[in-house]
Design a protein around this ligand. Structure first.
Ligand SMILES: Nc1ncnc2c1ncn2[C@@H]1O[C@H](COP(=O)(O)OP(=O)(O)OP(=O)(O)O)[C@@H](O)[C@H]1O
Length: 771
């Protein structure tokens, strides 16, 4: 039964009454939401108005409360759209004592958050609560106590219609295909906006089982295009934060996606589910302070992605702990000393024996050698002064430590290093690379060459991370970085002093003085840092151990990228979603078992999603034919809907590609009808295609990653990964295959981005299966 506003004249009295009751109830829920917002705003105003007067503990407590209220207010503001979307009517409790409407008795309203009234009576249940699970999972055969499931369809705060499913096996002969068919179809056929929306009101049973799966362990979700993997991954993150709030509040959840454009595409989903505490990162941003670009050299990506690169980095670090070629003469305050190879070897053994990272172990190395040199100097001085005249050791040690000769000699043997410098020099200096990577062929080593100062790519990130792990904190005792850090420190102190003057003035004006010392101020800053959310701290900390990691488009990850992620979650609690058939990165996975084996062996659970919600049947089938013809063994998800248009394939005469694009584009834009249109293009034709489309539509045209807010986008297949558009025009399919070494992953992705219509323009050949 679907009631729409316009039909109300024909509604039977009972049905009208039901709809009216829902309107009243929904209005009540929104009123309550407004009340809660006003309450939080008031609390926030009060706490902010307290001012900075009071003990420091109060000041930081005030900040903590302010943050708490701000977060809660942000959450209440984010749930405005479709605040409530479902209602369950369940069997009455056995004792026949049916609690009030809206409570977890016979009627439960399901919405984005849990809400109670002033008397703490439950008005609405959070979709993630156990009592809400039946809304997604109950079927006529497995009713889970549900008599009726109702979808409420809202626009703004208005109830447009309701859709009921009666789950009574007596009433319904067959198992229902999809839950909330009407609401689902409305969601699926709506125009795309360039931003992903949550699917909380229409999650399907097979998706819900994955979303609510237990926290521990590695869960891999394989699913063809459009099966909702991204949606499921995001809703699962929200679910886990709800279900395991205490544990994950401090440890945090990390969500990793393939590219910055993808992260922008999904960034609004979690806030709309009331969750802001997830650290979201693309593969290129996994190391704080590094903003890597994508890797265009496929061979470099392949080599850098190999697991054996971990050994290369380890050797590169070990090679920076060098023995001098011969004994070395150093002069300290006019006295010549000899630093022998044997002494250096001994100090190196001692330092390595600490098993600390390079920069930390260097302290041991330096300490041992300074002692040796000071001994030597003491002996020489005592001998030259005729013996019996003991030299003061503490002065000697200081003399040795500050002698430039000694400093240079020690640095040559064991230089403190940043990860960036280690990897940059490794790439730029063939001698260093040859020594660290004897197992790589000369050609492979050559492909790693990179001029100093070139931008880091996402395949460098795991190597930098590996280096950071082995090098440890950069020691502040030498180098250019030292000067920069000291300058920063000075600025901090200057700021702190100014703040201190301000605070003291405030206190003086308030009739108190002399209460605040510089050390108190430092403590206050520290406490402010502590009051930051786990997510904020985690995002800045390379060593952060997350409670759970969610990885999307996981088929693209190289073994080295997996290694980095596994380090970020020592508990190995992962949700990994992807589609092996869509893999096109040179170092990506060819099977889940193969990708997981080095890290968890076979200890992972594999789930599969089987329904394609995005692509209409005709387009899905065309894409499947191409994949099959290329020999891919793919699971073919069942498309939930047929499209209005079969895919159109235009074979063109040479030189006709861009002119035809210009000719057909207006028609396609018309079909998109205010929705989104993407032109997906091989890398070599991107600039020309973009220029041609801009010539036609000017500012309406967005550039790949930055252009998702515009309705016409020209982008490469890799950038299109994970995204979707109402109409897709693919240029030169064969070239999309050729540019990734003959794999069809990118073409398969390009074809399956369409929610309504697909058009292919081919001047070159047509790949097998596409005819
Ligand atoms: N239960 C659902 N209700 C409504 N919409 C859904 C549902 N499941 C998926 N969708 C929609 O289907 C589309 C595809 O979902 P999503 O992007 O999560 O798929 P995917 O498996 O990650 O796709 P791909 O691997 O091709 O990038 C999205 O628009 C999503 O909102």
């Amino acid at each position: 039964m679907i009631l729409a506003e316009g039909e109300s004249m024909h509604e039977s009295t009972a049905v009208q009454l039901e709809a009216e009751l829902e309107r009243t109830y929904v209005a009540r829920l929104y009123n309550r939401l407004d009340e809660l917002r006003a309450e939080k705003e008031e609390q926030l105003k009060r706490v902010r108005g307290t001012g900075a007067v009071g003990t420091l503990q109060n000041v930081s407590e005030r900040d903590a409360f302010a943050t708490l209220y701000e977060d809660r207010l942000a959450q209440l503001n984010a749930v405005e759209d479709k605040l409530v979307f479902g209602r369950l009517d369940v069997d009455a409790p056995a004792d026949g004592d049916a609690p009030a409407r809206g409570d977890a008795g016979t009627t439960r309203y399901i919405g984005r958050i849990g809400m109670t009234d002033e008397e703490q009576t439950r008005l609405m249940i959070d979709w993630r609560a156990p009592e809400a699970a039946a809304f997604y999972q109950a079927t006529a055969l497995h009713r889970m106590g549900v008599r009726r499931r109702r979808h409420l369809m809202l626009q703004g705060r208005t109830v447009l219609g309701v859709e009921d499913e009666v789950l009574d096996s007596g009433l319904l002969a067959d198992e229902h295909g999809h839950q909330g068919e009407g609401a689902l179809m409305a969601a699926l056929s709506s125009k795309r906006t360039g931003r992903m929306h949550d699917i909380v009101s229409t999650i399907q049973a097979e998706q819900d089982r994955i979303i609510r799966a237990p926290l521990p362990g590695v869960l891999v979700v394989q699913g063809g295009p459009g099966t909702g993997k991204t949606a499921v991954a995001l809703h699962r993150a929200a679910f886990l934060l709800y279900e395991h709030r205490e544990r994950l509040k401090t440890a945090g959840v990390l969500l990793v996606g393939p590219s910055p454009s993808f992260m922008r595409y999904i960034e609004r989903v979690l806030p709309s589910l009331g969750e802001t505490g997830v650290v979201m990162s693309s593969l290129g941003q996994l190391m704080p302070g590094i903003h890597a670009v994508s890797e265009h050299n496929r061979e470099a990506a392949r080599v850098k992605g190999k697991l054996s690169m971990a050994k290369v980095v380890a050797r590169a670090v070990a090679n920076r702990q060098r023995l001098p070629a011969a004994d070395r003469r150093v002069v300290v305050e006019g006295t010549a000393l000899i630093l022998t190879r044997a002494q250096v070897r001994h100090a190196r053994d001692k330092a390595r024996g600490t098993h600390k990272p390079h920069n930390d172990a260097r302290q041991t190395f330096v300490k041992v050698l300074l002692r040796e040199l000071a001994n030597q100097m003491q002996e020489i001085l005592e001998e030259s002064s005729g013996g019996g005249n003991a030299a003061d050791r503490s002065y000697l040690l200081e003399d040795v430590r500050s002698a430039q000769d000694v400093r240079i000699a020690l640095n040559l043997c064991w230089m403190p290093m940043t990860p960036q410098r280690l990897i940059e020099e490794l790439y730029a200096r063939p001698d260093l690379l040859a020594a660290a990577a004897p197992q790589l062929s000369a050609a492979e080593r050559k492909v790693l060459y990179r001029a100093p100062g070139s931008p880091w790519t996402e395949s460098d990130v795991p190597l930098l991370d590996e280096a950071a792990e082995l090098l440890g904190e950069f020691n502040v005792s030498s180098g250019r970085e030292d000067a920069a850090q000291e300058a920063q420190l000075e600025r901090d102190v200057a700021n702190a002093e100014q703040t201190l003057r301000n605070v003291n003035e405030m206190l003086f004006n308030a009739g108190m003085d002399g209460l605040v010392e510089a050390s108190d101020l430092a403590a206050m800053n520290q406490e402010t840092a502590i009051s930051k959310t786990a997510a904020e701290r985690a995002a800045l900390d390379r060593d952060w151990a997350y409670g759970h990691v969610v990885v999307d488009e996981a088929q693209e990850l190289s073994p080295m990228q997996w290694r980095l992620l596994m380090r970020r979650c020592p508990l190995k609690s992962f949700t990994i979603v992807g589609d092996i058939a869509q893999s096109s990165s040179a170092a990506g996975a060819t099977s889940w078992a193969g990708a997981m084996e080095p890290f968890v062996r076979e200890r992972f659970t594999l789930e599969e999603l089987t329904v394609n919600y995005r692509t209409p049947t005709q387009i899905a089938e065309a894409a499947t034919r191409v994949a099959h013809a290329a020999g891919l063994t793919i699971s073919t998800p069942q498309a939930v809907r047929d499209g209005r248009w079969p895919p159109v394939i235009d074979r063109l005469a040479p030189g006709r590609l861009l002119p035809t694009l210009i000719e057909v584009l207006p028609g396609e834009v018309q079909i998109a009808d205010g929705g989104l249109l993407a032109v997906i293009v091989p890398e070599s034709k991107l600039d020309a295609a973009r220029a041609a489309v801009i010539g036609l539509y000017g500012k309406r045209v967005g550039r790949g990653s930055g252009g998702l807010s515009q309705d016409i986008v020209v982008l490469g297949a890799r950038e299109a990964k994970g995204l979707e558009f109402d109409v897709v025009v693919v240029l030169e399919p064969q070239e999309l295959v050729d540019e990734v070494d003959g794999t069809v992953g990118d073409l398969y992705v390009a074809m399956t981005r369409a929610t309504q219509r697909l058009r292919v323009l081919a001047e070159g050949g047509i790949p097998a299966g596409m005819e």
